[in-house]
Design a protein. Structure first.
Length: 213
C-alpha cells in the first residue's frame, strides 16, 4: 500500500510539472497587413492574466510546429528535420527555445508536444526585467534561448533566429489584442542558473506580454 501511495504522489507531481496546452485557435480575424500596420512597442500592461488558451495561440505563433518536413528534405540541416516551425531557422536548426516566466514559475515550451514543462517554481519576471521595472508588471515574460551548438556555435545565427521568433511574438500579440516589446536587457546570470541552461544555451531576447493598460 505504501509503495502504491508513493507512486500516486510521484504521478501527481509529474502531472503538475507538465501542462498540455489547448490546441491553438488559428482563425484570427486580424490580417497580417493589419497586424503590421498596428504593431507597436508597448511598455504598460494591465493587471489581467493571460489565459492558457491565449498563451497557446501565442506560443504556437512564436515557434510552434506548422507542418511536417518533406521527404526530399530529410537529413538537411542540423535540426529536427521531420518537422517545420512557424519561424525561419538557419540550417533548420530550430535552436530557439521559449521559456514562459509567470507568477507560478518558469516553464519550457515544448513545441513538438505543444506543452509546458516546469523548470522552476520561482517567479523570475524581476530577473527578466532587470533594471527596467515596467517589464516585471507584465503577467507573462517570454524568454528566448538559443542552443548555439545546433547552429555550429555561430551565435550570430542564434541571434538571427531569436529575432524571427520575437517578431512572430510581436505580430501575434497585435492580432490577439496583447501588448509587448522586444528586449535584450535581463539578468542573464540569474536566468541561466534558474532555468538550468547548459554551456551552449545562450539568452538572446525577451518579450514581456500582457494586455494594454
Amino acid at each position: 500500500m505504501t509503495a502504491c501511495m508513493a507512486l500516486l504522489v510521484v504521478m501527481a507531481a509529474t502531472a503538475q510539472e507538465r501542462v498540455t496546452l489547448p490546441q491553438p485557435n488559428k482563425k484570427v480575424k486580424m490580417t497580417l497587413f493589419d497586424a503590421l500596420q498596428q504593431r507597436a512597442s508597448v511598455r504598460e500592461y494591465a493587471a489581467k492574466p493571460v489565459s492558457d488558451r491565449v498563451l497557446s495561440q501565442l506560443l504556437w505563433a512564436a515557434c510552434g510546429v506548422n507542418r511536417r518536413g518533406s521527404a526530399a528534405s530529410q537529413g538537411f540541416g542540423a535540426g529536427n528535420t521531420d518537422i517545420r516551425i512557424t519561424a525561419p531557422s538557419a540550417i533548420n536548426a530550430q535552436d530557439i527555445t521559449v521559456y514562459v516566466c509567470r507568477e507560478d514559475g518558469a516553464w519550457r515550451y515544448d513545441a513538438r508536444a505543444h506543452a509546458l514543462e516546469k523548470v522552476s517554481s520561482k517567479d523570475l519576471r524581476e530577473a527578466v526585467a532587470d533594471r527596467q521595472p515596467f517589464a516585471k508588471e507584465a503577467p507573462v515574460s517570454l524568454v528566448l534561448v538559443s542552443d548555439v551548438s545546433k547552429v555550429r556555435n555561430h551565435s550570430e545565427f542564434g541571434a538571427m533566429d531569436a529575432g524571427y521568433v520575437s517578431e512572430n511574438i510581436c505580430l501575434a500579440c497585435t492580432a490577439l489584442g496583447l501588448a509587448t516589446v522586444p528586449r535584450a536587457s535581463m539578468d542573464k546570470d540569474v536566468l541561466a542558473r534558474e532555468l538550468g541552461l547548459g554551456p551552449s544555451e545562450q539568452l538572446m531576447l525577451n518579450n514581456p506580454v500582457g494586455y494594454p493598460k
